[in-house]
Design a protein around this ligand. Structure first.
Ligand code: PSU
Length: 304
């Protein structure tokens, strides 16, 4: 049996049936540089609280699954440079070995569902990588959305990916992709990908009802809510495109593969945009945390 370690704050919220929002830890260890990563993680948690929900940051620490992280654990994770990146395939092995690791979107969804948390906020989900027709590099986040009943709020999929194919795969898997407040699918650092999202909703209560409706229909998977980055923080797609192209070329010549691809590209784009991509990333995560908390609060008002 797996024993989950709940932080006192998460424990109290669960006891009282209060709304909770899951948060991942790979964004802290592999998505942003120290010390902005930890600073951001704390601000994201504060944003969830400000909207009336309880944040539950998830990670594996010395073989135990933590739901809600103590401040010093968060700092330790954010400072270390050799933390494992845990996806669906790695979670059980890490727990069995007594290891420590940060959870990706896929692994955080699994943990959230175990803890009874219905809503999860992140930056951008993983997806189909460019060139996947030969590398077959497709993030496990996509199949997780098809099988784990958690509503994931992200700013779309990262613009380093092949977005049309990412949408195709999500469609094949039967995952609802809901753009929030606009017709277009957002592209992480930019508000629009130029692709129309399959669904649009403008109201957190509606998203909460759709989450409930999927359960009532007996559908196993989750929903992807694609929340555009605030206008003031976005990097227009045209500004970003040459940097993305260059980072992708470098990844290829340096033979970067598998789990290392996304962190490498995020770091290179950070350097090439002189930090602007990080500013945007922080803004979009905060924005997603706000929306996720509002959805969680709405879910809490629905009859069981
Ligand atoms: N959102 C961010 N930064 C990140 C991630 C999300 O703003 O680094 C992480 C998530 O943990 C997601 C992972 O699951 O990137 C995708 O990795 P991959 O492409 O290797 O599946």
């Amino acid at each position: 049996m797996i024993s989950i370690v709940y932080s006192p704050e998460v424990h109290a919220a669960r006891e009282q049936g209060l709304p909770l929002v899951a948060l991942e830890s790979t964004i802290i260890t592999h998505g942003m540089p120290w010390p902005r990563n930890v600073e951001t993680a704390r601000r994201v948690e504060a944003e969830v609280r400000a909207q009336g929900a309880t944040p539950a940051t998830i990670a594996v620490l010395q073989g135990r699954l933590h739901v809600g992280l103590a401040d010093d654990d968060l700092t330790r994770l954010g400072r270390s440079s050799d933390v494992a990146k845990l996806s669906r395939a790695d979670l059980a092995a890490c727990l069995a070995r007594g290891g420590t690791g940060a959870t990706t979107v896929a692994a955080t969804m699994i943990a959230a569902r175990l803890a009874g948390i219905a809503v999860f906020a992140t930056g951008g989900i993983g997806g189909v990588h460019r060139g996947a027709e030969s590398t077959m590099d497709i993030s496990a986040d996509l199949s997780e959305l098809a099988q784990t009943a958690v509503t994931v709020v992200a700013a779309g999929a990262k613009a380093i990916l092949d977005l049309p194919r990412t949408l195709e795969v999500l469609e094949t898997l039967g995952v609802p992709v809901i753009a929030y407040g606009q017709d277009d699918l957002p592209a992480f650092w930019s508000r629009s990908s130029g692709l129309r999202a399959p669904l649009r909703m403008d109201d957190p209560a509606q998203i909460a009802r759709a989450h409930r409706m999927r359960a009532a229909l007996g559908l196993p998977g989750g929903q992807l809510v694609a929340n555009p980055i605030p206008e003031t923080d976005e990097i227009p797609a045209a500004t970003l495109a040459p940097h993305v192209a260059r980072a992708l070329r470098e990844a290829e010549t340096q033979g970067i593969a598998a789990k290392a691809v996304t962190p490498f590209l995020l770091q290179r784009i950070f350097e090439l945009t002189e930090g602007r991509s990080l500013q945007a990333n922080i803004a979009l995560v905060l924005n997603n945390a706000r929306l996720a908390a509002r959805i969680a609060v709405e879910l809490g008002t629905l009859p069981a």
